[in-house]
Design a protein around this ligand. Structure first.
Ligand code: SAM
Length: 346
């Protein structure tokens, strides 16, 4: 496995970012998609017969990822998330993680996964420098899980969750997309937080070209999920500022009385959070995406062949950044050019 010398931490506060867009938002968080490929076919994300005919060479190599992410980190990115597609289907995912974690300035490296390969890889991910994982888990009922993912086995994902906890990945977050199919899981998943140190988050399903046919009947709001939880378990108390720590994402987090874990809601449709957006996205093909629902991307990979790629990357990133839109237009039915989340990892 690739093992770079670990760099000393660099003391660069978030305020020092040079990534400030036209609306004054400070961008310190980068989501890096490492592949479009996925070994599941969740019905709201991918068609059942989706094929990935291209090899991994269509995607950035570990070295190319390091170079582009390095430019973004020099400009002010402090937290990085690896996503996909399914990042753990990439054979070189440990090398990718280690290269990113060794960049001076990276304070936190997280990974989003469907969990199918996590039981095998959790300890190695920790050794490669991954700090924490989000596991997508839409149902705790094996049949419902299978119906949603069309391929996955709940047991293997659950073993992955346990392996992540055992390996010291902290916190382990479980993400469930809210669907008519898994409404009973709102209570089942919430119950896990009573005695386990898990952060369960419910996400409103977002429209893409792949799931347009499901709208609007399939849509379940976070407000409905919250009502179901409070009717069954009592009030959800917001986490105190001290407990929640610095605001790190769009989830609003709560806790049931006496619970060990937390419950959160991500509400891109019912309550937008664009005004606080602190994120950029890099696609697996090396394009910068300024908003999940933007209608264009900005290719960075060609700049790697320039005589001074680092300078070329930095000036291009600073230039295009000013095009980051004020907000997405989802509520008006405009989801940009996004075909599916597997292109960019949510
Ligand atoms: N394979 C990894 C995983 O499962 O976490 C990373 C990529 S996956 C696309 C990232 C997350 O996006 C998953 O939690 C998935 O459920 C979610 N997702 C996919 N399509 C979505 C949609 N239309 N609306 C909301 N979330 C979606």
């Amino acid at each position: 496995m690739y093992r770079p010398a670990m760099s000393p931490p660099v003391d660069l506060p978030a305020e020092s970012t040079r990534l400030i867009d036209a609306f004054g938002r400070r961008l310190t968080y980068l989501r890096v998609s490492v592949t479009d490929r996925c070994n599941l076919r969740c019905f709201y994300c991918l068609p059942e017969d989706a094929r990935f005919p291209f090899g991994d060479r269509a995607f950035l190599s570990p070295h190319e990822i390091e170079r582009i992410v390095g430019a973004l980190v020099r400009l002010g990115i402090r937290r990085v998330r690896l996503t996909g597609g399914e990042p753990l289907v990439r054979q070189d995912i440990l090398e990718i993680a280690a290269r990113i974690k060794s960049l001076p300035g990276v304070e936190d490296l997280a990974l989003s996964t469907n969990g199918t390969e996590l039981a095998r890889l959790a300890p190695e991910l920790v050794r490669a420098g991954v700090d924490r994982v989000n596991v997508s888990l839409d149902s705790l009922d094996a049949e419902v899980f299978r119906a949603i993912t069309r391929r996955g086995g709940l047991d293997e994902v659950w073993r992955g969750v346990e392996a992540a906890l055992d390996a010291g990945l902290h916190p382990v977050k479980l993400n469930a997309v809210l669907l008519q199919e898994n409404l009973a899981d709102v209570e089942r998943l919430t119950a896990l937080t009573l005695d386990r140190p898990l952060a369960v988050r419910f996400i409103e399903m977002m429209p893409t070209a792949s799931n347009r046919h499901l709208q609007p009947e399939a849509y379940v709001s976070a407000d409905l999920a919250r009502r179901r939880i409070e009717e069954r378990f009592g009030p959800l108390a917001p986490l105190s500022d001290a407990e929640a720590g610095p605001r790190t994402g769009p989830a609003k987090a709560f806790r049931l009385a006496g619970a060990v874990g937390t419950v959160g809601f991500i509400t891109p449709l019912s309550h937008t959070f664009c005004a606080d957006c602190n994120r950029l996205r890099l696609t697996a093909r090396g394009e910068l995406r300024l908003c999940l629902f933007a209608d264009r991307v900005h290719p960075l990979r060609p700049l790697l062949t320039r005589s001074n790629p680092d300078a070329a990357l930095e000036s291009e990133i600073l230039r295009v950044l000013q095009d980051k839109p004020a907000e997405h237009m989802l509520s008006q039915g405009n989801y940009g050019n996004l075909v599916s989340f597997m292109q960019i990892g949510g």
